[in-house]
Design a protein around this ligand. Structure first.
Ligand SMILES: [Zn+2]
Length: 543
């Protein structure tokens, strides 16, 4: 009887709180800005207004030393971690994609052939491959599904992984449309279909993305027209950038690609979110609701122009203004004091390698994309084994820091995977491009801080035979521009900020992680933690 009584009392307590019998938050707003190193908040703070980032920095609990404690700092793993409070070894999202050795098939982290896209023509997507529950799942189940969860992002994986298994709806962008999946619904709500038909997406055609900040904002930045910046979809490398997609007369698919690389993408999405919030009356239901937001224009701009570009200052300041507008909107509709706002990011970004080399300060930097690493591996294996059949590939896939051996080839050549793994790991350790290597068989003999992070990235079922981290300032991208995905500070150090009821504002330099948000918000709400917790409760910031 005693054993049964405790959970029953817990449920009653949760229900009482969620019924609004005490001052419970009406809405949890979880914001993930795709590619926002913590340093952007300090470097660009002088150019922020009062209502956006500065509001969070002054009235929130700001964790200045928050880092992802794993190596695979990509969008899929990052959003799964933010949503669930666990790292890839538990949540199973080891990369944006991986290779399934059993079926010899490449997998995308939110693919699901058993569902269809709703509102567009793309492939089916769902959180089926997420192995744990999320904060939003726990909110839904502990409220008897009265709490509602809406997740909106430009990328499918961001929206789906933040929303968890039980979100009422997740929406993301496919070309000109906000779409969803039969996993959540059978048709788009009328308001979403009307929004898609309203022409907001094409309304930016021909718009100029212009500089808004004084020259002083750029004195510590690189030159505007740096030769190593990307020049994609007709945007050019310098301000002002015109959003046409290389065709000034008509809207093409290229226009939407150009839009992705501008702050207008975020404007379009925030308009969708305001409509959703009003139409779904989020924050005014029977229980605490949750809104997840993933902003990705920042990522596209950062990849293309780099973290030292004029574009990234303007992009971050534009995001600041969007947040200020959104917080005003929330205040008017729900009351900011009745919301809990959490802001973080899925990863940071390193400088463009050529920009480091141009400084001539002795630092090494470069590009070692997966083709280069794959070629290295093939060379090592060619030299170690007499190759019985050159038509047999050594590798199945190199993706997001994972090397998958081709099991079928090895079998036909009579080489054990263990032997090939040993050869590769020994050889890769000798390469200047590689900082650390971890093998599937758990060879921890060279344990150091990087292999500790690789270990948190390793998932028995999905990771490769070998996990590797590149040397500092080397990136897995052929260019131009830059890319994240490594265990270094520039990729792992991101903001973790909480603001709202129950939170003690201040600056905290204790060790923290984006994985701490889920258990901390669960504690504020008095609901169970998501499964398999890696993050901790940020007790020092709670009343
Ligand atoms: Zn990215």
């Amino acid at each position: 009887m005693k054993i049964l009584l405790v959970p029953c009392l817990m449920i009653l307590a949760v229900t009482a709180r969620l019924n609004g019998q005490t001052e419970e938050p009406r809405l949890i707003v979880l914001i993930s800005i795709d590619q926002l190193p913590y340093s952007f908040l300090t470097r660009f703070e002088p150019f922020f207004g009062e209502g956006g980032f500065r509001r969070l920095l002054r009235h929130g609990a700001v964790f200045t030393e928050a880092r992802f404690d794993y190596a695979s700092t990509f969008t899929g793993p990052g959003h799964a971690t933010i949503g669930s409070g666990t790292y890839p070894h538990q949540h199973g999202i080891v990369g944006n994609g991986w290779h399934d050795t059993a079926t010899a098939r490449n997998v995308y982290c939110v693919e699901d052939s058993s569902v269809q896209q709703i509102g567009g023509e793309g492939d089916g997507r769902s959180p089926r491959l997420l192995s744990v529950t999320t904060l939003s799942d726990e909110l839904r189940t502990s409220s008897g599904f009265r709490s509602r969860v809406l997740s909106v992002a430009q990328k499918d994986r961001s929206a789906i992984l933040l929303g968890g298994k039980h979100a009422n709806a997740a929406y993301w962008v496919s070309d000109s449309l906000f779409v969803s999946s039969t996993y959540y619904m059978n048709r788009l709500p009328d308001w979403a279909a009307a929004f898609n038909a309203s022409g907001v997406a094409t309304g930016f055609f021909g718009a100029w993305w212009e500089k808004t900040l004084p020259p002083t904002a750029f004195v510590s930045m690189d030159m505007d027209d740096a030769p190593y910046e990307g020049n994609v979809h007709g945007l050019g490398r310098t301000f002002p950038h015109r959003i046409t997609g290389n065709d000034t007369t008509s809207v093409t698919a290229n226009y939407f690609s150009a839009l992705w690389h501008s702050p207008f993408l975020n404007e379009w999405m925030m308009a969708f979110i305001r409509t959703a919030l009003d139409q779904e009356q989020l924050g005014s239901g029977a229980a605490t609701d949750m809104l997840c937001i993933g902003l990705s224009a920042n990522d596209a701009v950062g990849h293309t122009f780099g973290p030292e570009s004029h574009e990234i200052v303007e992009m971050t300041v534009h995001t600041d203004r969007l947040l200020a507008d959104f917080f005003s909107f929330l205040d008017e509709r729900i009351g900011l004091d009745r919301c809990i706002i959490a802001l973080t990011s899925d990863h940071g970004i390193p400088p463009i390698p050529e920009s480091i080399l141009a400084q001539n300060d002795g630092r090494k930097a470069g590009r070692a994309d997966r083709t280069v690493i794959g070629g290295l591996c093939e060379g090592y294996l060619d030299r170690t084994y007499s190759h019985p059949d050159v038509s047999l590939p050594w590798l199945a896939r190199v993706v997001d820091g994972n090397i998958y051996l081709n099991r079928r080839s090895l079998e036909r050549m009579g080489i054990s995977p263990e032997s090939a793994t040993q050869t590769l790991s020994d050889s890769l350790r000798g390469s200047d491009l590689i900082a650390a290597v971890m093998t599937r068989d758990g060879n921890w003999s060279r344990e150091d801080w990087i292999t500790g992070k690789l270990r948190n990235s390793f998932n028995e079922e999905r990771s490769g035979d070998i996990l590797y981290a590149l040397a500092p300032y080397f990136i897995d991208y052929a260019g131009p521009g830059t890319d994240h995905g490594q265990p270094y500070d520039y990729d792992t150090h991101v903001p973790v900020i909480l603001m709202g009821a129950g939170v003690v504002p201040g600056s905290y330099d204790s060790k923290a992680s984006p994985a701490d948000l889920a258990p901390t918000i669960a504690t504020i709400l008095g609901i169970p933690f998501p499964e398999g917790r890696d993050g901790r409760v940020l007790k020092e910031a709670l009343r």
